[in-house]
Design a protein around this ligand. Structure first.
Ligand SMILES: N[C@@H](CCC(=O)N[C@@H](CS)C(=O)NCC(=O)O)C(=O)O
Length: 224
């Protein structure tokens, strides 16, 4: 088995996806945190998009070179393939549907970010509406307690970091409730946060760090 080094940021939901996958698969890894506001030169050199996560894969064979992977979906797919079991359904059509939902979750992370960075409540509500349209698609498909039933899969790993950040952002604004009338999504988040792989996937103060970050940039939010 190769060894893995994950280049991370404390609050990044895309990084958290990779960590959940590593944790769920029980794969040992080293985690390096960087400051995205002041990216180290070595990171700029290895990261083609200048974004985290980046997974550095060091092969067993010491004479072979390290490989750098970027993009959270690609990293998760690779980790899933080189480890025991799969976090995808075996049926090709179901697998394709799950991958499509992962894409939807990525787009929703964009909505959640725009919501958190909105300059006023009106703008936040617009982004929340975009987000809720996507969450409604999940609501219609969730089996419970996880997306596809009892076992955690890749859609859970891709989407729970999004749901956590929506909840953390909206704790700062009583007027927002992205989970209103979406009981399955809400229950999914609650059940997901109990999972060991999810609990271990962030630093312990991630919620405070995330809220501090958005408070500093969106002064209309409570407590800013
Ligand atoms: N599509 C990418 C998105 C990753 C991403 O946007 N990461 C953010 C942090 S959450 C980043 O590194 N931003 C730094 C920058 O854009 O300069 C993925 O899925 O890995």
């Amino acid at each position: 088995m190769p060894t893995f080094k994950l280049i991370s940021h404390h609050t990044c939901p895309f990084v958290q996806r990779s960590v959940i996958t590593l944790e769920a698969k029980g794969v040992p890894y080293e985690r390096i945190f960087i400051d995205l506001a002041n990216k180290p030169d070595w990171f700029v050199e290895i990261s083609p998009m200048g974004k985290v996560p980046v997974l550095v894969v060091r092969p067993d064979d010491e004479s072979a070179e390290e490989t750098v992977l970027f993009e959270s979906a690609v990293i998760s797919e690779y980790l899933d393939e080189v480890t025991e079991g799969s976090m995808h359904p075996s049926d090709p059509l179901a697998k394709a549907q799950h991958r499509a939902m992962n894409e939807l979750a990525s787009a929703a992370i964009g909505d959640a970010w725009r919501l958190a960075m909105a300059e006023d409540l009106e703008a936040a509500k617009r982004h929340e509406a975009d987000l809720r349209a996507k969450l409604g698609r999940f609501e219609a498909q969730i089996v419970g307690p996880m997306f596809a039933g009892e076992a955690m899969n890749m859609v859970d790993a891709s989407t729970l970091p999004l749901l956590q950040r929506v909840a953390w952002a909206e704790e700062l604004a009583d007027e927002l409730d992205a989970f209103k009338d979406l009981p399955k999504v809400r229950a999914w988040l609650e059940a997901g946060e109990e999972l060991e792989a999810v609990r271990r996937s962030t630093v312990s103060d991630v919620r405070e760090r995330y809220q501090d970050y958005i408070r500093a940039r969106s002064p209309w939010l409570r407590g800013a």
